[in-house]
Design a protein around this ligand. Structure first.
Ligand code: PNS
Length: 163
């Protein structure tokens, strides 16, 4: 069985992430979306909230499961016996950072964890979780960036009323 892991912060999940999840789920027999539980960063959503949001957003894709992990991705992937990591590339600006992570993971895992990149669909190439949060914090329109139920949850976090 061809399996892969799609790691990330997903704070919150955007249409760009969901596009990668949908496409990767067609390439692999099973895709584990792994939400990083990072004590260093202060996320808008707790790891439990991010997992639940992703579960709801991917509920119609049968071969996708949502998990969380702490520590190194290579350790978590080894535990799950997964040897391919999936990441989305939006623009050349992502490349250097992504290349560094991919090479580090390959080296640290002694070649046991490879990375494949999917280019983000053009209509989502401008999207990032950070810009979604910034726009929402000023009560801007994020309806083109995240599913409606996610937008409501994001606005709630910033104390904006949703109706
Ligand atoms: O959505 P993000 O924040 O760009 O995802 C980054 C992520 C989660 C893929 C990366 O930070 C990660 O894998 N962190 C886990 C720690 C780790 O394995 N670090 C070694 C690679 S530099």
């Amino acid at each position: 069985m061809k399996t892969a892991i799609y790691p990330g912060s997903f704070d919150p999940v955007t249409f760009g992430h969901l596009d990668i999840i949908m496409r990767a789920s067609k390439i692999f027999d099973h895709l584990t979306v792994a939400v990083l539980n990072n004590n260093v960063k202060t996320p808008l959503f707790s790891v439990e909230e991010r997992v639940n949001i992703l579960k709801e957003a991917t509920k119609d894709i049968p071969n996708v499961s949502i998990e969380s992990f702490q520590g190194l991705l290579i350790d978590y992937a080894r535990e799950k016996d997964i040897h391919v990591s999936v990441r989305g590339l939006r623009a050349i600006t992502d490349f250097e950072y992504e290349l560094q992570i991919a090479q580090t993971n390959r080296k640290l895992s002694n070649g046991q964890l490879d990375t494949i990149f999917l280019t983000t669909s053009l209509e989502y190439s401008y999207l990032s979780s950070s810009s979604v949060k910034e726009i929402a914090s000023f009560h801007g329109d994020i309806s083109q960036c995240v599913p409606e139920f996610v937008a409501k949850l994001v606005y709630e976090k910033y104390g904006h009323s949703v109706d």
